[in-house]
Design a protein. Sequence first.
Length: 84
Amino acid sequence: MPENVSMLQLLGPVVLALAAALWVVGLACLLRRTRPQATSWRSDPTLPGLPYQRQTAPEMEAVELTPAERDAFAGLVRQLGDGR
């Protein structure tokens, strides 16, 4: 070990080499996962953490209002519209 070089200066290249090796391994794993051949073993294309999604929309609901209810709703709309 040279006398004029500190321990941190000696460890610097080792740490950088280790970080570069880990980065290369991580990048290789990431690229391997994104290849089309790598996903062929998965038969279910959905994500396991998400709940089941419906394929169709729910049916539309409609309620017939009585004339008194229509008048009350129209009054409410007028009352809320005047505040603007």
